[in-house]
Design a protein around this ligand. Structure first.
Ligand code: ADP
Ligand code: MG
Length: 441
């Protein structure tokens, strides 16, 4: 146990080092030098709240594809008037560009059909594409690198708005104009800041993890253009932060991933990976005959990807003395006999892995806020989207505790708020702002 605790520990000194290293990587990224943080200018600033109209927001996050029709009333209340949700099948994640983008267009077409909307209806569209993109304009950008298990061929280096626009045309959705390309973190920040002017950082903790924040243009030394407000939201792509103390499980998981050498922070923190890290620990404990001694069905933890982060949530939510939910979970897996000690170990492993994730993500948030405001002189609302933050028991509380340990009373300047559907609604707001600068149709 002590060995495992050491492997997954993040000490106060580690946290301070994460802050220092984040600041140095942020600086380099903003200057356009080599850095694990790409610090991508988003071409947008926070909205005014007066935007109006109906917009389509598309959200390709990693696990799901969402299509939303969003109505903005100009009074700070984006309303979702219709929506569709589909799982992105492995065939699309690992297939061809046309396959993936035709799938997206078909889902829009479905939503139109369900709601009696004509295929040729005119809408401005916001495309939330949450992968590292070299943004070249408010509605253009090239994919730099697939993450979160995607390997779709023919997209790397291409303008994803162009690929989407071509697919919309193939489907006959000729009235749709892609007005904005956004990242889910940017959408999340924009949506919250619509009603909360203290919101200056957006974080996603879902399949993957990433963040954006509001930066002074004068700090983005690689940025050549202007901006009317003197500020711009910067998409950090923090999932790729690589100055982290990794253990043997992190290293093995990375080697066997489709993107080795990339996304070290994401692989330590996000929903796509926490279950898999835990599974590797459990498998080792079983191989050394420490867990489930003599039980049947032991091979249930042998298959890569067979233990999902959702299962960790379930296990950690079991507050019963005998861990009966965990017992049932194991029975369902085919492990019919487990001791209380086995079950406690299983819960402990989930706790170690998820606590490290919460600690590292809180440290990353503290790094961004202290970069913007070293003395914490102002209030900061952190808008957080993603099922990991929303659903993992105690995840947000652990993050908060790390902030308090690190920043003491100044931690009260930081408020973390769940932003449900924020990335989609925010994208619609971005489309509204962008469309207002485009030719009328
Ligand atoms: P995306 O990041 O693709 O936009 P979500 O925010 O819905 O989507 O996050 C989905 C991911 O969140 C899943 O892949 C899973 O890893 C994780 N997740 C979903 N439900 C839970 C849960 N109950 N507990 C912990 N993690 C969860
Ligand atoms: Mg999402």
């Amino acid at each position: 146990m002590r060995d495992l605790e050491n492997l997954f520990s993040v000490t106060p000194e580690d946290i301070r080092r994460i802050l220092r290293d984040f600041h140095s990587e942020m600086q380099k990224g903003l200057a356009g030098s080599d850095s694990s943080l790409k610090m991508i200018p988003s071409f947008v600033d926070r909205p005014t709240g007066t935007e109006t109209g109906r917009f389509i927001a598309l959200d390709l996050g990693g696990t799901h594809f969402r299509v939303l029709i969003v109505e903005l009333d100009g009074k700070g209340h984006p309303a979702v008037v219709a929506s569709g949700l589909s799982v992105v099948e492995k065939a699309y994640m690992e297939g061809t560009a046309d396959g993936l983008f035709d799938f997206l267009a078909a889902r829009i077409d479905d939503l139109f059909a369900e709601n009696g909307i004509d295929r040729s209806a005119h809408f401005d569209v916001a495309f939330t594409f949450s992968f590292p993109v070299d943004q070249t304009g408010v509605a253009s950008g090239r994919l730099i690198q697939w993450t979160k298990g995607f390997t779709t061929r023919g997209v790397m280096g291409k303008d994803v708005v162009k690929l989407l626009t071509e697919a919309l045309a193939r489907k006959g959705l000729t009235g749709l104009r892609v007005a904005a390309l956004a990242n889910d973190t940017v959408g999340t920040l924009v949506e919250k800041s619509y009603t909360d002017k203290d919101c200056d950082i957006g974080v996603v903790l879902g399949t993957g993890t990433n963040a954006c924040y509001v930066e002074k243009l004068s700090n983005i030394s690689k940025w050549k253009g202007g901006s009317s407000t003197g500020r711009m939201i910067v998409n950090m792509e923090w999932g790729n932060f690589n100055r982290l103390k990794r253990n043997r499980y992190d290293i093995d998981l990375d080697h066997e991933s489709p993107n080795p050498g990339h996304q070290y922070l994401e692989k330590m923190v996000s929903g796509m990976y926490l279950g898999e890290i835990s599974r590797r620990v459990i498998r080792d404990l079983m191989e050394s005959d420490f867990l489930f001694r003599g039980a049947d069905g032991k091979n249930r933890f042998a298959g890569k990807g067979s233990f999902e982060t959702e299962r960790m949530s379930l296990i950690q939510s079991d507050g019963s003395k005998d861990l009966t939910t965990v017992e049932q979970f194991l029975r369902d897996l085919g492990i019919h006999r487990s001791t209380l000690c086995d079950r406690q170990w299983l819960k402990k492993v989930c706790d170690l892995v998820s606590t490290r994730a919460a600690t590292v993500s809180a440290a990353a948030i503290a790094a961004v806020i202290t970069w913007m405001d070293p003395d914490l002189a102002s209030q900061h609302t952190v808008a957080v989207d993603g099922a990991l933050f929303e659903k993992y028991p105690g995840f947000g509380d652990k993050m908060k505790a790390v902030l308090v340990d690190l920043l003491h009373e100044n931690a009260s300047q930081i408020k973390m708020e769940l932003s449900k559907d924020g990335s989609g609604k925010g994208a619609a707001i971005i489309a509204a702002v962008a469309a207002s600068a485009m030719p009328k149709r």
